[in-house]
Ligand binder design. Structure first.
Ligand code: ZN
Length: 277
């Protein structure tokens, strides 16, 4: 599943190919994915220039002066920029053809499992932050608002396990299952610890660990997927070296104790009983 780093790497990869370019055509090859495609999307975007790209949590944003295209990659989606003469395959559901310096190019969304989404937020419907999918989101983990102090303040009345509080996404977005286990390991915090029992100092370490883990993933993903926009380039998700994630029973890289796997809220958590208190 694409996590925040994959979405950010995708945004950085496609941005130079679409920003400032004019949309020539939008092609929808089915009625929708997780939700129906906006029927009037081809007409709404034709002739419009892409002002900028952005990201909010795992939503990739393409801004126009008339509104914003909101794209979610779901479980299996990815975006590539291709020459227009590459025929669409079975799972290619959405094309946005743009003018490029060397002719037309297509931003193509492929999504075999179809849990992704392409939605349109017209400017006249108000602030983008108020969109149904975006308004409940916590702060961006790589932005200035995300601090240990914020984590501490927002958890004073929450007695649920810190892993589940982070994963809820209402305090901070983008700390998915992998990055949650890894960040808690780096901060030395047991994932079962009640959120309101963690000190401000430990939250400072946790916030830094979250920023580090996500930033490193973006850097690594950027190099792994350098050519992901090309026809034959990698279009999958990147694999990284983890401390604990998916390493059940394997010796901890720091202390050698076997990494433990437990279930929290139906999701697997990996941690080291020695290194995380
Ligand atoms: Zn350990």
């Amino acid at each position: 599943m694409p996590e925040l780093p994959e979405v950010e790497v995708t945004r950085r990869g496609v941005a130079p190919h679409i920003e400032g370019r004019t949309v020539r055509e939008v092609i929808l090859r089915r009625d929708g994915l997780r939700w129906p495609f906006p029927e009037d999307l081809p007409a709404a975007l034709a002739g419009k220039a892409v002002l900028a790209t952005g990201r909010r949590g795992k939503y990739l944003l393409i801004h126009f002066d008339t509104g914003t295209l909101i794209i979610h990659l779901g479980m299996s989606g990815h975006l590539r920029v291709l020459p227009t003469d590459i025929p669409a395959q079975k799972h290619d559901h959405f094309d946005m053809v743009v003018d490029g310096p060397d002719g037309l190019q297509v931003l193509r969304m492929t999504d075999p499992r179809r849990f992704g989404a392409v939605l349109w937020h017209p400017r006249e419907e108000g602030e983008l932050d108020e969109h149904l999918l975006l308004r409940g989101l916590g702060v961006e983990p790589l932005g200035p608002e995300f601090t240990g102090k914020l984590l501490w303040e927002q958890t004073r009345t929450r007695s649920a396990a810190i892993k589940q509080v982070l994963m809820a996404g209402d305090i901070v977005v983008g700390v998915g299952n992998i990055y949650c286990s890894e960040s808690l390991f780096r901060a030395g915090i047991n994932p079962k610890t009640a959120a309101n029992r963690i000190s401000a100092a430990r939250y400072d370490r946790l916030a830094q660990a979250i920023r580090d883990v996500l930033s490193e993933a973006i850097v690594q993903g950027g190099s792994t997927l350098r050519d992901f926009i090309s026809v034959n380039g990698q279009s999958g998700y990147f694999q990284q070296t983890y401390f604990v994630y998916d390493r059940a029973g394997v010796p901890c890289r720091i202390c050698g104790a076997p990494v433990r796997q437990i279930k929290q809220g139906q999701r697997s958590t990996f941690y080291c009983v020695n290194c995380q208190k």
